[in-house]
Design a protein around this ligand. Structure first.
Ligand code: FMN
Length: 329
């Protein structure tokens, strides 16, 4: 798939996830096969740009892949300024968030709440597209509520505004994350517009990825939660889509080396104090997939120093090697 001048290496994309898809995780996913990794959302409110969180999210030049940066907000002028600001900081693609269901975001009429106001959607998209020279992409849900599925209508607005690709999470805001994602609306959207469409929701295996691509005829798929603690899922999906064959799961040695690398990157990107907090959730996700994690997870989460985490993980790996027959991914 192409997004403006950028030809993706493959059509398997890491979804933007606030608090998850930071620089260390994005780079790991790209190294392990993601064709594109979209950043966490950045607020369009300039008053928060100087906070620690925004400054960390604005370090676009540390991305190894194409730098796709997501912005969120509801004021067309501020969204345009935010897009320009991020391009100045290195963004190569600006992605607009109209999918976030969080109350804190929706209260300000941003994220998925915008789907209730197509006129404002139109204004925002036109303002952002006009403000920057880089491609602008959009991410939506299928609508605000189950009886207001207006994804096709919004998709047409997006196409007319010059949006270069559209990612669709197959749920309404009302659904939050409940039930199964539905792919019918994504298929309808794909049939209705001619810009690339990216299908998203509940893709956690190569087989599901192929099913969704075939069913929706989308140009690419996007994986969010399925990549937590399993960043190698991208090469597994890419390999299966390309060859029809399963990619071997990572050997224990590779899993441990990925975890080691990820932990070190988190400590170095955030500094020890914050890095150790962020590491707890990521290491927790890996541990869910291997061995009997609970006891070690509790211990790991109780550690209060980065060096302590690194040591603990090394000891855990040694034990794990000894009990290799119990390992599974
Ligand atoms: C923890 C978390 C944070 C998320 N943050 C964002 C975000 O910042 N921007 C966005 O567009 N979507 C966000 N999403 C939604 C995901 O991008 C994705 O659409 C959703 O998780 C469905 O895909 P999945 O089933 O593959 O996880 C978030 C989801 C999760 C679980």
């Amino acid at each position: 798939m192409r997004i403006g001048p950028y030809a993706l290496d493959n059509n398997v994309i890491l979804a933007p996830m606030a608090g998850v898809t930071d620089v260390p995780f994005r780079n790991l996913c790209v190294r392990l096969g993601a064709g594109l990794a979209v950043s966490e959302m950045l607020s369009s409110n300039p008053r928060v740009w100087e906070t620690e969180k925004s400054r960390e999210r604005m370090l676009h030049h540390q991305d190894v892949g194409i730098r796709a940066v997501q912005i969120a907000g509801c004021d067309p002028e501020l969204m345009a300024l935010a897009a320009q600001h991020n391009v100045r900081h290195g963004a190569q693609i600006i992605d607009i968030n109209m999918g976030c269901p969080a109350k804190k975001v929706n209260k300000k009429l941003a994220g998925s709440a915008l789907l209730q106001d197509p006129a404002l959607v139109t204004e925002i998209l036109h303002a952002v597209v006009a403000a920057v020279d880089v491609p602008v992409t959009l991410k939506i849900r299928t609508g605000w509520a189950r009886d207001q599925r207006n994804g096709v209508y919004i998709a047409r607005i997006a196409e007319q505004a010059g949006i270069q690709s559209l990612a669709v999470h197959g749920r309404t805001r009302e659904d939050m994350y409940k039930g199964q994602a539905e792919y019918d609306t994504i298929a309808e959207i794909k049939a209705a517009i001619s810009i690339p469409v990216v299908a998203n929701g509940d893709i956690t295996s190569p087989e599901q990825a192929k099913y969704v691509l075939d069913y929706t005829q989308a140009d690419a798929i996007m994986v969010g939660r399925g990549a937590q603690g399993r960043p190698w899922i991208f090469r597994e999906i890419e390999h299966y889509l390309r060859t029809g064959e399963q990619h071997a799961p990572p050997a224990l040695e590779e899993v441990t080396s990925i975890m080691r690398e990820h932990l070190a990157q988190l400590h170095s990107f955030y500094g020890d104090l914050k890095g150790l907090r962020i590491a707890r959730k990521h290491i927790g996700w890996y541990l869910q997939a291997i061995d009997d994690p609970l006891e070690f997870r509790r211990y790991f989460n109780s550690l209060e120093s980065a060096a302590g985490q690194t040591d603990a993980l090394e000891h855990y790996f040694v034990n794990l090697q000894e009990r290799k027959e119990r390992y599974y991914v």
